[in-house]
Ligand binder design. Sequence first.
Ligand code: LLP
Length: 438
Amino acid sequence: RTVRRGSSCGRLKVADVDVVAIAAQHGTPAYVVDEADFRARARAFATAFDAAFADLCGGADVYYAGKAFLCTEVARWVVQEGLSLDTCTGGELAVALRAQVPPSRIGLHGNNKSDAEIGRALDAGIGRIVVDAPSEIDRVADLARERGVRAPVLLRVTVGVEAHTHSYIATAHEDQKFGLSLSGGQARAAVAQVLARPELELRGLHSHIGSQIFDVQGFEIAARRVLGLHAKVATEHGVVLPELDLGGGFGIAYTTQHDPLAPTDLAGGLAEIVGKECADLGVDVPRISVEPGRAIAGPSTFTLYSVGTVKDVDLDGGGRRRYVAVDGGMSDNIRTALYDADYSATLANRRSDAEPVLSRVVGKHCESGDIVVKDEFLPSDVGPGDLLAVPGTGAYCRSMASQYNHVPRPPVLAARDGQVRVLVRRETEDDLLALDLG
Ligand code: LLP
């Protein structure tokens, strides 16, 4: 899996399948998931967290954050590997239910849930609804009452931590749309509001501080603050909340610049923090849960593209830049344009010893920001018909894909033991035209 910069590593295989055969049979662009790798990452989280929290609170629950990438088969994989599933819209919930994820293992998030979404969650009897606003408390309670059920809820608390990540994906500072503010007293008031409604069962508090985070320190402050409220609920209301969710956001290596924590180190670090804080506060450790998405889905997948036009451009200050255009782009990976994200690319269909040239991998869309990989050394003989693989595209690429310029969205293929299966088929022009009623 290591890609040597400045050269090609020969004809690539994934799970014993040759990528040239994948391209020939399924076309490009395509997202290719290494199923065993995805499952192993999911399992590693479940095992590591359960082990790290075994002595503190009898284990931990890992909810796979479906927003990173979700389809029916992936929902089944995570359940088979011992995880639960976090959804954040009616659409994601529909996938979870279609995959027959046990309802008790489904969570529903969202800062603006509709009554229909909440109703569907209640009808299905899902395990938890993470409430995000004071007005939502009464809506969930009313909808539960109409149905004669009790809704298990968590309260999403904004702990006021600045996560060191891109501002669009940092979520725990005060001036953003998610959660109930801790410092402003909104979270405390929300606890009282929930406890006053018999149709609601307050399962615990929730905190998510952002995404692509590499240090445990951010979680330390968040855990301290949210546990502070957890302890207050016990003293002020005499209610011991059984759960606490610390969210997701565990970073991955898109390029060699990043050095992510292994799930065992992460789980061990969080267990130490939670254990210490609870001891200081004199409270029992609640059942802990976390919600990783990217760390499970991201590294398991690469996008396979075909190279088209290759062009050299003279730069203003001297020098040249090579533009290698592929048959997809910002419609299948918006992350470079949106977050200035870093990716790498490698020639995937053959070995080349040609001299490496600083190249930019771009797409086929009608704007200059349509960049997939900002800078990569690709062999100088890369040209039309070659295949490029861009690793680390399993999270937030297919799930944020668009049909910009009427480019149909690529399929998601799973490679396992020498076989390829289509998990999500390629969209066709007919699919797109079918929506257009003329
Ligand atoms: N839990 C909650 C409440 C979340 O909001 C998120 C992500 C997660 C868990 C999972 O975070 P992860 O472990 O995957 O980082 N589109 C952006 C990421 C947005 C994340 C939104 N919430 C990207 O492409 O980087």
